[in-house]
Design a protein around this ligand. Sequence first.
Ligand SMILES: NC(=O)c1ccc[n+]([C@@H]2O[C@H](COP(=O)([O-])OP(=O)(O)OC[C@H]3O[C@@H](n4cnc5c(N)ncnc54)[C@H](O)[C@@H]3O)[C@@H](O)[C@H]2O)c1
Length: 376
Amino acid sequence: MTKVLLTGGAGFIGSHTGLTLLESGHQVVVVDDFSNGSAEAMRRVAELAGLGPWRQASTEHWTAADPEGGRLTLIRGDVRSPQDLDRAFTVDGGDISAVLHFAGLKAVGESMTQPLRYWDVNVTGTVRLLEAMGRHGCQTLVFSSSATLYGTTDQVPIPETAPLQPINPYGYTKAAVERLLTDVAASAPGWRIALLRYFNPVGAHPSGRIGEDPNGLPNNLFPFLCQVAAGRRRHLQVFGGDWPTPDGTGVRDYLHVMDLAEGHGRALDLLLAEPPQRLTLNLGSGRGHSVLEVVQTFEATNGLRLPYTVVARRPGDSAVSVADPREAERRMGWRTRRSLADICRDGWAWQSANPQGYRSAEKEPIGELIRAQHGS
Ligand SMILES: NC(=O)c1ccc[n+]([C@@H]2O[C@H](COP(=O)([O-])OP(=O)(O)OC[C@H]3O[C@@H](n4cnc5c(N)ncnc54)[C@H](O)[C@@H]3O)[C@@H](O)[C@H]2O)c1
């Protein structure tokens, strides 16, 4: 049984990946500062994985386990804090085999108004993490990179070899971390590093128990559309109806978050099984869907109507962004298995059962945890 550390494991992608890893027999330690993640998501991950009850070991540390050795440990901490990271690496006897590094800030618009915060959390946070890995003898890391690195390229589909030309501070921080990890991998033998460039992760676990719960106004199409369907927002704005695409709206590569979670499991297995290496892989479906196609599929799958208006293009957007995912299939036998209709069904199962996200959830079983999240 391998023990892995997930930074940012209480967030959207981390919570789904944590569940997948628990189900495949890993022990999981999560370190998250709850700036955009939820303790309730952790409670539900434990519930779905059949773990419990929760035990509070200290003011910042909780564990849910089962008699067969399954174990989810949650630490409230900041990746920029060496003390918090030391606690994460040594909890329950230590011996972390690998880190999956999800913790970070991800809103493009916010990164333009708060660049220092983005560089601090995304880049300094990764430096601190690598230092902690050095102190604790761990050299295996899976990093959440992004297709945003490719900027507004016209290339379709986009291979990993395409030039990196990010166009906003969020993208610059992801490029900086990729560079940093490349330098670290070259600096000493033994590093096993996967840079996973996600395209557009969407959808939710099919149970509807965990899903994406953005703070404030969603940045991306899919969570916005789910909130319109749930009546939280009046209508959807479609940015640009005059792109050079079949219906004039932007085309993106959407992948189900459970496919993405499974991709992390594959990357981890590969890194642990093969000799040390640095691996760069696109994780996408290889298929493009326009905004209107997503709207229509959501409506048809869920029997709903979604009011929308087409408005001007947003600066920095591009017509088409679709992954060439063949390298991920070649290296780790991974490809997406779920369709756009699956994404729409599962995304709506989550949103309709949780119209206010995790905030509408009952909080009793891990009241301590939730109180801690809110700093009281
Ligand atoms: N969702 C996407 O569309 C997308 C696309 C490409 C890449 N990514 C990257 O994947 C990663 C995960 O994204 P997500 O969608 O799950 O985002 P998310 O915001 O849901 O999850 C990030 C988690 O990190 C935590 N966090 C933030 N700052 C922290 C800090 N200083 N210390 C500890 N924890 C901290 C947040 O509380 C949150 O739980 C991010 O690095 C993001 O940039 C996301």
